[in-house]
Ligand binder design. Sequence first.
Ligand code: AMP
Length: 419
Amino acid sequence: MTTETFQDLGIIEPLTRSLDENNYTTPTPIQLSAIPPLLEKQDLLGIAQTGTGKTAAFSLPILQDLFTTECTMAPRSTRALILAPTRELAIQIAESCQIYGKYLSLSYATIYGGVNQKRQVKMMSKGVDILIATPGRLLDLMQQGHVDLGSVTHFVLDEADRMLDMGFIHDIKKIIAKIPSKRQTLLFSATMPGSISKLANSLLDNPKTVEVTPEVITVEKIDQSLYHVAKIDKRALLVTILENEDITKAIIFSRTKHGANRIVKELDRARISSAAIHGNKSQSARQKALTAFKNNEIRTLVATDIAARGIDVDNISHVINYDLPSEPESYVHRIGRTARAGTQGIAISFCDETEGKVLNAIQKIIKFEIAVSKTPELKKLAPIVTEPKDRNATGKQKNTNAPKNNKPQKSRRRNTTCR
Ligand code: AMP
């Protein structure tokens, strides 16, 4: 264990004061390796996933540099730009920066899609010290003339591999083209496929490379088990398992958005508090669910892989894979949620008759076989009553195209000019 403190690394007092207040007593490995070169204004390539303390690793030196460098702010400009793949991650990074920078009186703006742009435009009108943004909405506001990146001196690309997975590469290239080439650049990625190395080579100038905690080590810390269960029995198994009061705070992963909604309904009926977080939910609904989960107002959060990206919630006791992920790599990201900042976690997976192949692929990645638990006696649940929208009272499929007078239509020509 290290005995070095943040002060030893060169972090100034107003920052260490807020770190102390948040019980950050010892720097994490990535903070130890990244902070000194960043304070020296070096570029950085960080191979690290969420949960390692990377947000503080990159934001503390940036906050410090912005605080100690005099500058007059131009309207619509920013001095630091942090790009993140999801709204949740952008909000989380902004929250962290504001916590760490509590005594620095710097200004911030957060820009992401799915909400009205008015507030974001207003936040940018006078210019800010730090802008945290997702690529799509940022580009949109830049094109409308509401954001000017001509004053950026610090640029962070966070979770670069996910950005590429999510198809942001063209937006990112357009954004980078507007940032001055004289800047400090930081790129973080959990994995280093060829596409990321290429991007890193084109962006970074003689970077310091920092790599922490290979995923397999994190995975081994997590107590993993598996239930073989028929698809039809998954909901009963979930409700039965959640009778265990040791499951104090669980993320339940569903492969689909509709599946997530169905799970919440089922948990509701079993009087287990839950909320869903997925792409069909409004930003405010997602944020509300996340806050309730963080504050222990609900016991379970039901999420899809995309929506769960970057979610940083401490003390998650269990991750439950109601469905195995379609991408086997996602298994590692999912279960990593229960072992944040080095704590021990528990992951339980359900595997139905259709999921054998993906289970094999997962076990290949983690390099061991997940222990199989004996399926307990399942609770008897009431059948799900489905209410298809397009059925009338007689149960017949409604023909929404039928003419109102019930007379058969002879031909259905599309012609908007004639009556
Ligand atoms: P991150 O990888 O940045 O998402 O951080 C993961 C979690 O670790 C967050 O909940 C942070 O608040 C927490 N954390 C980061 N650095 C430290 C530290 N030095 N001491 C204690 N907690 C930390």
